[in-house]
Design a protein around this ligand. Structure first.
Ligand SMILES: [Zn+2]
Length: 233
């Protein structure tokens, strides 16, 4: 029974990661894909389109990483402050903290005697860890890691950008515009399916939703790019 629950929890964590990665890739694909399309629609040369794509990729990945770092850092600060407070309480009121822990285990279903023994042994082993995990809900596996989060979001953004950049680098100039549109839509559909799958939602409606909104973003920037290209020329 415990083993089973343990397994399920792990799976939840993993899909959480995958889900975040899919969202980051989606961001990269839609923002850089539509930017590149807008530039391509303005009749810019293929190398200008490529440079614009690379610049958008770097800027986007940096901005994702910075945003994620700041947000997860402040979460880490809060956890750190919580742990310091708990450590102080443990030093000042060990009896009260012991009772607190016993009460938590009783609430979870242990009888008073066993709860007392569990609390005593865990306190001897590592009092702060026991309180962090069972009272505040902070464990090693769930600790906020700003740098890791920042790298992960920059990487997932990059994975989303890659198909658009590859297409620009590889296709002949004559079919640049349709090739970019096709590649972005296909990868949007793939990401929509992945996102729906990790969220346990219906795959087809996930694909349709993401492709439709992404398609709309492409269409708007494409039209704006074409208009500006005509005005500028
Ligand atoms: Zn406590």
């Amino acid at each position: 029974m415990t083993r089973r629950r343990h397994h399920e929890q792990h799976r939840t964590n993993r899909t959480g990661w995958l889900r975040a990665a899919v969202l980051g890739a989606n961001d990269g694909l839609i923002s850089v894909g539509s930017l590149v399309l807008g530039v391509a629609a303005s009749q810019a040369s293929q190398s200008s389109v490529f440079v614009a794509g690379v610049a958008a990729w770097i800027a986007g990945a940096m901005s994702m990483a910075a945003g994620e770092y700041v947000s997860v850092s402040s979460q880490a600060d809060t956890e750190e402050a919580d742990l310091r407070l708990e450590q102080r309480e443990l030093e000042r009121h060990p009896q009260r903290e012991h009772k607190e822990l016993v009460a938590i285990y009783v609430k979870r279903g242990l009888d008073a005697d066993l709860a007392d023994r569990v609390a005593t042994q865990l306190t001897q082993h590592d009092a702060l860890q026991a309180h962090a995990r069972d009272e505040i809900g902070i464990s090693k596996a769930t600790r906020a890691r700003p740098l890791q989060a920042a790298l992960a979001s920059a990487l997932s953004f990059t994975l989303g950008v890659a198909p658009a950049l590859l297409v620009i680098g590889l296709v002949p100039h004559g079919i640049l515009l349709p090739a970019v549109i096709f590649a972005v839509l296909v990868f949007l559909a793939v990401l929509g399916a992945l996102g729906a799958w990790t969220g346990g939602a219906d795959i087809l409606s996930g694909v349709l939703r993401v492709t439709l909104w992404g398609g709309l973003a492409l269409a708007v920037t494409g039209v704006v790019g074409a208009f500006l290209g005509r005005v500028g020329a």
